[in-house]
Design a protein around this ligand. Sequence first.
Ligand code: G3P
Length: 219
Amino acid sequence: MEFFLDTADVDEIREIASWGILDGVTTNPSLIKKSGRDFKTVVAEIASICDGPISAEVTALDTQGMVDQGRALKKELPENVIIKIPCTPEGLAATKILNSEGINTNVTLVFSAAQALMAAKAGATYVSPFIGRVDDTGSDGMTLIAEIMSTWENYDIKTKVLAASIRHPTHVLACMQLGAHTVTMPTKTFRQLMKHPLTDKGLEGFLKDWAEVEAAGNA
Ligand code: G3P
């Protein structure tokens, strides 16, 4: 399974990348706004921190506009940047064209298994179902992931399922159990995945005892 960060905060990305297990980063216009920085500058910096796929989102609504933006981003930004495209009919057409040119894509704002399958048929490299936002509507986001994964089992689909809009570690664990290929999560969730009070307590006890071993001259 791939672990991505869902942020445009380069300090946070640097910190998590230093753990050695960061596989990629996703951004979107809202995360770029939150960073307060220039879009291309910040994406290029992220791409220099993490070798994995870095999603940069197009903002045009028409197919030609999306294709033009995607091609321009690929030209101006580092090799590992991939193009994030909304799951609309125009977005599907743009995905198909960019895929035929060897440009990797991430089809975003996916809220149904049917949308995910359509994006896969268009040749998307990744499809991004939004779990948390489905939960917000009173439905179950994990059911969406389960439906997509069971659909994937019926066909030889190369597109990776990238679970997005992750809100807590339980979302990540459930995605792992369902076999989602990738999860993208906020920094807070990444940290929570590594945190356990018994690890902290156990380490404290070992260090205390080791200090006594040293004091006794037995180290
Ligand atoms: O990258 C898009 C997605 O992860 C958004 O998450 O928390 O805004 O629903 P959220």
